[in-house]
Write a protein that binds this ligand. Structure first.
Ligand code: UDP
Ligand code: MG
Length: 304
């Protein structure tokens, strides 16, 4: 029987962490699953690390990784994968919004030979209207760009050692776990779960954070926006042809005096298209720049 590692990114989760640790420990012991818990403290500003230390002192199956600062959930997930020693590694949130019962279901599927088991949301939990709308927009853009159903996808996944090694050996620094874990292939299976309500603490996502996340993931998975630039160029070229012929006719018939409005409109239109296009290309250049710098995904300052 294989050993299960549970990688748990935690950012300012002092309230939830002890509960999560005890719920998981009790459940996995009851199910007779050999396990370890790997908490990744993503540079929390509260007592999360002290809580992890306390848990680790009490139970040798609890391990902790502490980042030198907040690197974001993606980095924390990858650190969790890299520091896990199990034959399979599950990634789940620290707020128990991912039901532990589903984790056992996923583990059983892994025992049947599936190498990537993903949990998809049957329903979304309680969220504010605004958050629901912005998350909805984010996921529909992401789904069309990555060709993966992002609406229901989550970071709650269980990966075989082989899949884990594939993921952590990827050279790119800017990673998107949710999409990459299905992109790698392998024998995949999925289970459904209902997103639970967060009992304590609050969601760490701001709308601005979601937008930044969306841009970084879209540029990471698709060059479609750059093709849109080409499309815009072709459109303006067609307009230029029509207007050009029109202008020539006016010139030849000797009526080429007015047309000041057209000039202003053209300058504004072309100017804005050029600037937007440069912005889009800029995002890709920024990504290339970041990758070329080759900085690590995260910096670990302490480990248990
Ligand atoms: N998280 C993290 N680093 C961050 C933000 C969040 O490790 O910068 C962790 C957080 O502690 C939690 C998980 O990611 O375990 C999901 O975060 P949250 O519950 O805030 O997101 P939501 O459930 O609202 O999507
Ligand atoms: Mg949550």
């Amino acid at each position: 029987m294989g050993k299960l590692s549970v990688a748990i990114p935690a950012y300012n989760e002092e309230l939830m962490l002890p509960k999560t640790a005890s719920v998981l420990t009790q459940l996995l012991e009851k199910e007779n699953i050999d396990f370890e818990l790997v908490f990744v403290d993503d540079g929390s500003k509260d007592a999360t690390w002290q809580r992890i230390e306390e848990e680790a002192r009490r139970d040798s199956r609890v391990h902790g990784v502490h980042f030198s600062r907040n690197f974001g959930k993606e980095a924390a997930i990858f650190a969790g994968l890299a520091c896990s020693r199990g034959d399979c590694v599950a990634v789940m949130d620290c707020d128990l919004q991912h039901p532990p019962g589903t984790l056992v279901e996923m583990f059983r599927l892994w025992e049947q030979g599936y190498e990537v088991v993903e949990a998809v949301k049957r329903t979304r939990g309680e969220e504010s209207m605004f958050h629901r709308a912005s998350a909805g927009m984010f996921y529909s853009i992401m789904s069309s760009v990555t060709q993966i159903d992002m609406e229901r996808a989550s970071d709650f996944k269980l990966l075989d050692r082989r899949a884990v090694d594939t993921l952590i050996s990827m050279p790119e620094k800017n990673v998107f776990f949710r999409a990459l874990s299905s992109w790698i292939g392998y024998r995949q299976a999925s289970v459904e779960f209902d997103v639970q309500e967060r009992e304590a603490g609050q969601s760490k996502w701001s709308t601005l954070g979601l937008i930044r996340y969306a841009i970084s993931n879209i540029t990471g998975f698709s060059t479609l926006p750059m093709q849109i630039v080409t499309g815009a160029g072709i459109l303006v070229f067609v307009l230029a042809l029509i207007l050009g012929i029109n202008t020539l006719i006016h010139y030849c018939t000797g009526t080429a005096v007015e047309g000041f409005t057209t000039v202003i409109l053209l300058i504004l239109l072309i100017g804005s298209i050029i600037m937007i296009s440069m912005g889009i290309i800029g995002y890709y250049i920024a990504r290339i720049y970041q990758e070329v710098q080759g900085r690590p995904r995260y910096i670990i300052s302490r480990m248990l």
